[in-house]
Design a protein around this ligand. Structure first.
Ligand code: SF4
Length: 346
């Protein structure tokens, strides 16, 4: 058990703006032992390396957990570098949270103390990859990162954790995508969560990593036809649809503009919370100045500048405010939220 100290949280600004937090993306630290070429946070945030203190992290977790979260995700930076990550995972166990996840680069287990944790303490751990060979993975993540990550995946699985993997598809690793379900099954992953690279943050400096909308649509269709692997699930983002397909999704109530709903909670919203005080309601605009609120000293306040919530409310008929704000050229397609995915069981 953990005895992290707890203080009350003032989240009146969230409640007054209709945010009922059910899905918490909790970036507990911006410290990271890597500087990936695809990092959407960008080196500026990583170099600041700010973390929530143990008291703040425990207070926020307790506050939202006691409200009944449908889902909690620990992220960073690298969450294993937070000195209290083990205590926070143990604390989350005492709260009424349906699904608890953690996303890591697994380069080093750091402060994640396997001696104090059981494998069922988290619903799963997601380990991020940028290729299924050392060449492509290390092009993005740096030297000597590929085998170390695989070795730590094995350690986590041997300890009893359910491991999922993330693969961010980019212009360099795109030729490996068809073989990726088999590779990840072989290293023991139960689910592969695909992402499409966003050309924001560090990626802006590496145009060779970009993927055109048509290319992505082809890759997605190729993945959907995977039939040589069994016992693994694939989660694949749609990302791009035609304007007509977009209208159909809206009409059938299959898709909600990102800022209006969490895809993981029928009853509430997602908030994305960073230790530098930025608070978003979607992952799509993370790292930008369009955060809808700020958090400081145990209190949330609304961002009075134009932000993802205020802009979305002003432009209800605009399908994709994020693309406009990020100046993305979607070549005539509508870009959906990166969180909107289909799941295939193989
Ligand atoms: S992508 Fe993740 S692992 Fe890579 S630098 Fe960014 S936070 Fe660190």
């Amino acid at each position: 058990m953990t005895n992290l100290p707890v203080k009350p949280i003032d989240d009146q600004a969230l409640i007054e703006n209709g945010i009922d937090t059910k899905d918490l993306m909790f970036f507990i630290t911006l410290r990271c032992n890597l500087r990936c070429k695809i990092c959407y946070l960008g080196n500026r945030w990583l170099d600041e390396g700010i973390s929530f203190s143990d008291q703040e992290a425990a207070s926020l977790l307790t506050h939202f957990g006691q409200q009944g979260l449908d889902r909690l995700t620990f992220l960073g930076g690298e969450p294993f570098l937070h000195p209290h990550i083990t205590d926070l995972v143990l604390l989350s166990k005492t709260l009424n949270i349906k699904e608890k996840r953690l996303t890591t680069n697994a380069l080093d287990l750091g402060f994640f103390d396997l001696n104090r944790l059981k494998g069922d303490e988290l619903s799963h751990i997601s380990v991020s990859f940028d290729g299924i060979t050392s060449k492509t993975h290390e092009y993005v993540r740096g030297p000597n990162t590929f085998q170390r990550t695989i070795d730590n995946v094995k350690r986590l699985i041997d300890h009893g954790f359910r491991v999922h993997t993330n693969l961010t598809v980019n212009g360099v690793n795109k030729y490996e995508v068809a073989d990726s379900p088999a590779f990840f099954q072989k290293i023991g992953a139960k689910e592969v969560n695909y992402h499409l690279i966003s050309m924001i943050g560090n990626a802006k400096k590496y145009p060779d990593l970009s993927i055109e909308p048509e290319e992505w649509i082809d890759i997605r269709k190729q993945l959907e036809k995977t039939n040589n692997v069994h016992g693994v699930s694939l989660r694949i983002p749609y990302m791009y649809v035609t304007p007509q397909e977009y209208q159909d999704l809206i009409r059938k109530k299959k898709y909600y503009p990102i800022q209006s709903k969490s895809y993981y909670s029928k009853n509430g919203q997602r908030i994305v919370l960073y230790p530098n005080g930025r608070v978003y309601i979607s992952c799509d605009l993370s790292g930008t100045d369009y955060n809808f609120a700020t958090y400081r000293n145990y209190k949330f306040s609304l961002n009075r500048q134009p932000n993802e919530l205020s802009l979305f409310k002003q432009t209800q008929n605009t399908p994709d405010i994020s693309s406009q704000l990020l100046h993305l050229d979607n070549k005539g397609y509508v870009r959906l939220s990166i969180s909107y995915k289909e799941k295939i069981h193989l």
